[in-house]
Design a protein around this ligand. Structure first.
Ligand code: KDG
Length: 315
């Protein structure tokens, strides 16, 4: 039984060692990326039982993804190995101004073939929270069907459905994203979105308006992620701004997923919405301070020390 099940594609990510165009890069670090598995890793590192459900190719990259996620404590027992489709790949590129961008090689990937018949519904029924991002809805029509079916299933079974639109403009147009993602707000108990996404999907990024719109559609918790400004979080009774933790930024990719992991951990632990927000902010700050999506995520001891502003002794 898992506290949280996340569903979505993970990719092998190649991270360049220099801030220049890819044609000039000589060395890359191999790592695992994927919004939903990032959330699962963050939760597992904080001591929660987290499962990740997906498909990977029955290839070296697929076995690498599984090995890494297991090493971080994520349960991958429900993952399907597909011998007909490959594991997806992405390559990050860092411009001299530290702007991160990504190049995807994921069309026709194993995860994009995920369909409702692949889902182990009995396993899913035992979760307390199911978390999915809009990326899963973007990668194919069949995985989009999975997102809607899972959201409905969560509602019927009293499982909290957590949703982050995670709009990736390289995967679909804003019109397609809006049409597919807006209905999911009405099925979500927890909505975690960025201010740019609020502007696209709700035509406003004004915090109180975003929050009241989403509560009116049924969300119990809302977190509006505002990047370097922090976040505005609400449980319908309390709405509060959470400042971002000061940090030296290496790579912003993965920050939103880390925030989500911290926020969901707070919900599992029965914390107030302000505490959930701070837990999210601490996780987000640690994620941006390192290059991989999850390398910077803390284990519980370091996380608690940071939450309590306790300095470590290093020598
Ligand atoms: O949120 C970070 C993700 O975007 C990254 O890990 C890769 O899942 C990914 C994607 O599809 O862009």
């Amino acid at each position: 039984m898992s506290d949280v099940v996340t569903i979505g594609e993970s990719l092998v990510a190649l991270i360049p060692d220099s801030h220049t165009k890819l044609r000039y890069v000589q060395n890359f670090t191999k790592t695992v990326a994927g919004a939903e598995s990032n959330v699962a890793v963050g939760l597992a590192k904080l001591g929660h039982r987290a499962s990740w459900l997906s498909k990977v190719g029955d290839d070296e990259l697929g076995h690498y993804v599984i090995r890494e996620l297991r090493a971080e404590g994520v349960d991958t027992d429900a993952v399907i190995f597909d011998s007909d489709h490959p594991t997806g790949l992405m390559i990050k590129e860092f411009s001299p101004s530290l702007q991160s961008s990504v190049h995807y090689y994921r069309k026709g990937s194993a995860a994009s073939t995920l369909k409702c018949d692949d889902i182990d519904w009995t396993f899913l029924a035992k979760a307390r929270i199911i978390h999915i991002s809009g990326i899963t809805a973007a990668i194919s029509a069949s995985s989009r069907q999975v997102v809607y079916a899972v959201a409905e299933f969560a509602k019927q079974h009293g499982i909290l459905f957590s949703f982050d639109p995670n709009i990736r403009r390289k995967l679909w147009s804003l019109e397609e994203a809006t049409e597919a993602l807006v209905p999911l707000f009405s099925l979500a108990d927890i909505v975690l979105l960025g201010d740019e996404e609020a502007q696209i999907l709700l035509q406003t990024d004004e915090q109180e308006q975003v929050v009241s719109t989403l509560h009116a559609r049924g969300a119990r918790w809302v977190a509006l992620k505002q990047g370097a400004e922090g976040a505005y979080v609400s449980d319908g009774k309390t709405g509060i701004s959470i400042p971002a933790e000061p940090v030296k930024v290496a790579d912003t990719i993965g920050a939103g997923d880390a925030f989500n992991a911290g926020f969901l951990a707070g919900i599992l632990e029965g914390k107030t919405v302000a505490e959930c927000g701070r837990m999210g902010a601490v996780m987000g700050a640690l994620a941006v301070a390192s290059y991989g999506d999850t390398d910077g995520l803390p284990d519980r001891k370091d996380f608690d020390a940071m939450m309590n502003n306790i300095q470590g002794v290093y020598r």
